[in-house]
Write a protein that binds this ligand. Structure first.
Ligand code: ADP
Ligand code: MG
Length: 147
């Protein structure tokens, strides 16, 4: 699937949250956002901005043992952290396919762990650590992003 690419740099966690907030205005029910990037790249920080935009009842956290966090918001938000997944099929056993049909926004940290189960039309975010405060964020989306 052809995806357009867009790159921005942020200079603080607040700026990443702010960017995610702006980005969220373009989201629709059933959109899937895959968040690639190492530990501390800013995946959960980005998710916080999405939660803020949709007025979620709680802030996004990095779940240590929970794989799925569900936030009640203007659109339901399903936040997956797949770090601990050992086999891609584990996500299917957790009802992944049903989450994709709940008319919410789905965010997935460590999408590499679910291999071929990543929906083809997902909006990819590649986050990279540059220095203590700087992050490079590349968006690859099948839709044109106007940010
Ligand atoms: P991940 O979920 O990718 O492991 P987190 O979002 O949990 O990463 O953590 C990112 C860490 O980096 C936080 O401690 C945050 O305060 C810090 N940070 C510093 N600068 C930035 C930035 N520009 N964007 C996002 N996080 C940043
Ligand atoms: Mg995280």
């Amino acid at each position: 699937m052809k995806k357009n690419s867009y790159i921005i740099k942020t200079h603080s966690p607040e700026e990443t949250v702010e960017f995610a907030h702006k980005f969220s205005a373009l989201l629709k029910p059933n959109d899937v956002i895959t968040l690639y990037g190492d530990l501390a790249a800013g995946k959960t920080t980005f998710t916080k901005g999405v939660c803020k935009y949709f007025n979620a009842d709680q802030d996004a956290t990095s779940p240590t043992f929970t794989l799925i966090n569900e936030y009640h918001a203007d659109l339901p938000i399903f936040h997956f952290d797949c770090y601990r997944i050992k086999h891609p099929d584990e996500i299917i056993m957790l009802g992944f396919d049903e989450y994709l049909e709940k008319e919410g926004v789905v965010l997935i940290e460590w999408p590499e762990k679910i291999g071929t189960h990543i929906p083809e039309d997902s909006i990819e975010l590649h986050l990279e650590y540059i220095d203590d405060k700087k992050r490079r964020i590349e968006i690859r989306s099948p839709r044109l992003m106007e940010l």
